[in-house]
Design a protein around this ligand. Structure first.
Ligand code: ADP
Length: 481
């Protein structure tokens, strides 16, 4: 098997170690063998990015627009191939893999337009004859650290704005998904970026990630991953000299409220999609269903009926609705939470068991817990798998306070036909994103993404708001003499 390499300083190069990339739908299928970069490779990538920055940051907006557009179009032209590779490597279904690939293309195309719209302000000074100008400038080299669950969309929504606003990039994908990262990088490189502007460094977080965070040549870090790692990334970024700008997207324990007046069919679809699609491996997953007592029993019956019909199988098989869990350790974590929930006294209403399929893979039946108390671990801790809990509440007020009773605050949903409750929930949910009669997962690409409390830190990602992180503001004063 040929070794797939990293891209540093305009060249494909191997690293000191190697990693094997396994298909979670069929553990006998090796997706590829990848070079793992070490500290020295990472430092070379940072130095190459620094060397490329002066010219790239002053490149014309037409050039950057054209490059980003070529990347977007390049991804679209290869969407089936990239989507298939993503599904094979990560385990989401082929339709989800292609959908995510198209999303990555849309993000590059969106930011190709944003390149042309970077504006400043010229305003009068409080001092006579003085002009004040406020402009945005790129930061420098940005280290991008991404997770495995959206192997192309999350890198796209960090790489595209970073490049659009004139920064250089060192991209460190998650260890579990090097193939998609590599394929995306190929498309980026084919768009003819100057050497050093974009670097791919596959490797361990503790090596590549920490080297980027500590290196004085990196100006900012954008991270998506777990809360524990995010805290470490933030502490190290602020502890570095000079202190780095940092943006974190972390976990969620997203509530989906179902009120008595909800359209039952809509509520069940929102819950099933939000909790279990993409194998529940989304930080916006609807993992906490909070249901008022008048509809509770009907909702549980309809949910379990719907879950019986879900097709869990090989991600690449036609008809599969839910693929496998990403790897053995995530599967072990999910199964341990099934045990924890039962020990805590929750009722396992459906699923939660291992499944056997034609090929050896990490298959489990989506699980639904009922009779869940607000202080149970299964209701408070992010599981990151196809496991949902149902809390029964007496009315809207209790539903809202339960929804907000969490250390997280990424997305919150409500299913209701009442304008009054929908409006109140939109105003009072302590979350960065609120969904009415829609799953908590599934967002647009041209508007801000991010949360509150323990879910996010720093400026929002995506849409025009991405400029807050990927640029720095300069205020200039001029006295014409
Ligand atoms: P998950 O549990 O979903 O894999 P992690 O937070 O462990 O989430 O990983 C998210 C990303 O952070 C990955 O690219 C991983 O390699 C990286 N990472 C892990 N540890 C560190 C670290 N100490 N410093 C920087 N990045 C890290």
């Amino acid at each position: 098997m040929t070794l797939t390499t990293n891209y540093i300083a305009g060249e494909w190069v191997s690293g000191g170690a190697e990693t094997r990339d396994i298909n979670p739908s069929n553990t006998g299928d090796v997706v590829g063998q990848f070079a793992m970069a070490g500290e020295a490779d990472t430092v070379r990538a940072i130095e190459a990015a620094r060397a490329a920055f002066p010219a790239w940051s002053r490149s014309g907006i037409q050039e950057r627009h054209d490059i980003l557009k070529r990347i977007g179009e390049g991804i679209l032209a290869r969407k089936d191939e990239l989507g298939r590779l993503l599904a094979r490597e990560e385990g989401k279904t082929l339709a989800e893999g292609i959908g995510e690939t198209v999303r990555a293309a849309q993000i590059f195309l969106f930011f190709s337009g944003e390149v042309l719209r970077v504006a400043g302000e010229k305003i009068p000074s409080v001092r006579p004859n003085v002009d004040v100008e406020i402009t945005r400038e790129p930061l420098g080299v940005i280290g991008l650290i991404t997770p495995w669950n959206f192997p192309i969309a999350i890198p796209a929504w960090k790489i595209a704005p970073a490049l659009a606003y004139g920064n250089c990039v060192v991209f460190k994908p998650a260890e579990l998904v090097p193939a998609t990262a590599h394929a995306l990088s190929q498309v980026i490189i084919e768009a003819k970026l100057p050497a050093g502007v974009f670097n791919l460094v596959i490797g361990k977080g503790s090596v590549v990630g920490e080297t980027m965070i500590k290196h004085p040549g990196v100006a900012a870090i954008s991270f998506t991953g777990s809360v524990a790692t995010g805290r470490r990334v933030a502490a190290n970024s602020v502890g570095a000299t000079p202190m780095k700008k940092v943006q974190l997207e972390m976990g969620g324990k997203n509530p989906m409220v179902v009120l008595d007046d909800a359209d039952l069919a809509v509520a069940v679809e929102c819950a099933v999609n939000g909790a279990f699609f993409s194998t529940g491996q989304r930080c916006t997953a609807s993992s906490r269903l909070i249901v008022t007592s008048g509809i509770h029993d009907k909702f549980v019956a309809a949910m379990t009926e719907r879950m019986k019909g879900l097709v869990i199988d090989d991600a690449l098989k036609a008809g599969t609705q839910i693929g496998p869990v990403v790897d053995q350790s995530q599967l072990n974590q999910n199964l341990s939470y099934i045990k924890i929930g039962q020990e805590e006294g929750a009722k396992l209403a459906y699923g939660g068991e291992l499944l056997n399929r034609e090929t050896p893979g990490f298959y489990m039946a989506p699980a639904l817990f009922t009779e869940v108390g607000p202080n149970m671990r299964v209701a408070r801790e992010e599981i990151f798998g196809p496991v949902a809990t149902i809390q029964r509440v007496k009315d809207y007020d209790e539903a809202l306070s339960s929804a907000n009773d969490t250390e997280f605050g990424l997305s919150a949903g409500i299913c209701t036909t009442s304008l009054k409750y929908a409006s109140h929930f939109k105003r009072n949910a302590e979350a960065g994103m609120v969904m009415v009669n829609l799953p908590t997962a599934g967002v647009d690409y041209h508007v801000p993404f991010g949360g509150r409390k323990g879910s996010s830190y720093g400026p929002r990602e995506q849409g025009r708001y991405a400029a807050e992180f990927y640029t720095t503001v300069k205020t200039s004063y001029t006295l014409p003499v």
